[in-house]
Design a protein around this ligand. Structure first.
Ligand SMILES: C[S@@+](CC[C@H](N)C(=O)[O-])C[C@H]1O[C@@H](n2cnc3c(N)ncnc32)[C@H](O)[C@@H]1O
Length: 393
């Protein structure tokens, strides 16, 4: 093929997916999204045509789609993600198919859709299977490609699934180049002097600050796991209230046995029977823990309160980051390795592999949302290079 392959991007967001393709030598001829703020960032950094539209309507120009060699689709993942409610009929799930329908209607040569791995788990798989089927019925070949951020040049454990469909009568062997992603320290080197790096320290009299002071790198606040990595609410008496040695023994025991003495066949823990607790610790201690807010009573059993698994995760310098999501700037979820604060927009962008020249705008919440939603540009670039080699040499 002579010249750069042209692509359009559906559900383009701020353009993480698109930047990877541009960096691999493709030309973006149209980005479509309902979010104007994200499109402003796209336009500022990537130039080109952006279309602010609802892709479930037919109220947008389709001519660019028809002249593209490739259509990218980054439809929302919230309905499929295992950290969400995973409602099978979440209306956002259908947008996965909307992307495919538009691409087939435009007779694209190549189509790529990205999503979280939850899209092939359990009953939700029907959407992904339908997307494959839709392309196969239209005469395309299809395959899945799995990527992890740590293997495509970013310091982040981020596993993502791509559906690749192509109209060429050609078999392909998927092989994505591997590039080590390094550690959080590598990713944040020299970040101090960049744009979008506004550090907001936690206020010294705040609860978040007191909790942050108790959490070391590699640890998180969690009442439902033991071991060094979990700090429990009863380890932070200045926030959650004093306990006696005996009360802490009771809490540590409940933490263990609630996962061992199972009575239900769902969830991963159960309240602990009153008889067991009264026998081992006495009624007075258990009732005192209820009064102090550490336990709650449910019929003839007691369970811990605050059973979330992992808030205030303090990332260690020497490992790749956890998966960045739209909450990444919130210190209640993620803490900087050594400072009492969350991550800045630029730090989040660095961990996603955006270059420092890529400038974000909008409110802080909007910026974290765009970044958390994005396909990491280096992941997209690895994929784009493979696709170019396979179809557009
Ligand atoms: C996962 S994000 C896309 C991220 C993007 N692919 C990237 O790499 O930066 C999903 C996007 O779908 C957009 N969206 C949701 N519903 C839409 C609709 N009905 N029409 C157009 N865009 C929509 C959201 O505004 C959001 O930007």
């Amino acid at each position: 093929m002579t010249g750069s392959p042209k692509f359009c991007s559906l559900f383009s967001g701020c353009g993480g997916f698109d930047l990877g393709f541009v960096n691999a030598g493709y030309e973006c001829i149209g980005a479509y999204d309902i979010d104007l703020k994200a499109l402003n960032v796209h336009e500022h950094n990537l130039g080109g045509s952006v279309f602010n539209c609802d892709l479930t309507t037919s109220d947008f120009p389709i001519s660019n789609l028809c002249t593209a060699d490739i259509i990218l689709s980054g439809s929302p993942c919230q309905g499929f993600s295992t950290i969400g409610k995973r409602k099978i009929n979440d209306p956002r799930n259908n947008l996965l198919l909307t992307g495919g329908e538009l691409a087939i209607k435009s007779k694209t040569k190549v189509f790529i859709s990205e999503n979280v791995l939850g899209v092939i788990a359990g009953r939700h798989r029907k959407y992904w299977d339908e997307l494959h089927q839709m392309f196969r019925t239209a005469g395309y070949k299809t395959t899945d490609i799995k990527c992890n951020g740590t293997e495509v040049g970013i310091a982040q454990r981020r596993r993502r699934l791509f559906l690749l469909a192509w109209s060429f009568p050609k078999e392909i062997n998927v092989s994505i180049k591997s590039t080590p992603g390094g550690t959080l320290k590598d990713a944040l080197e020299g970040v101090e002097s960049t744009k979008n790096h506004t550090v907001i320290p936690l206020k010294k009299d705040s609860i978040d600050y007191l909790i942050s002071k108790r959490i070391k790198a590699g640890q998180k606040l969690s009442n439902v796991r033991g071991g060094y990595r979990s700090v429990h609410t009863w380890d932070i008496p200045e926030v959650y209230g004093q306990t006696t040695n005996k009360e802490r023994m009771a809490l540590e025991t409940i933490l263990r046995v609630r996962r061992q003495m199972r009575v239900r066949n769902f969830g991963d823990a159960d309240p602990v029977p009153k008889t067991f607790l009264y026998k081992n610790f006495g009624e007075k201690i258990i009732n005192s823990l209820v009064k102090k807010g550490y336990l709650r009573c449910s019929s003839n059993a007691f369970d811990l309160t605050k059973t979330f698994n992992g808030k205030y995760r303090r990332l260690p310098w020497d490992k790749p980051s956890y998966t960045i999501d739209t909450r990444f700037g919130n210190p209640k979820y993620f803490l900087h390795p050594e400072e009492h604060r969350g991550f800045t927009v630029r730090e989040a962008a660095r961990i996603q592999g955006f270059p420092d020249s890529f400038i974000f705008s909008g409110t802080q919440i909007e910026q974290y949302r765009m970044i958390g939603n994005a396909v990491p540009p280096p992941m997209a670039e690895h994929l784009a290079s493979f696709v170019r080699e396979a179809f557009f040499k």
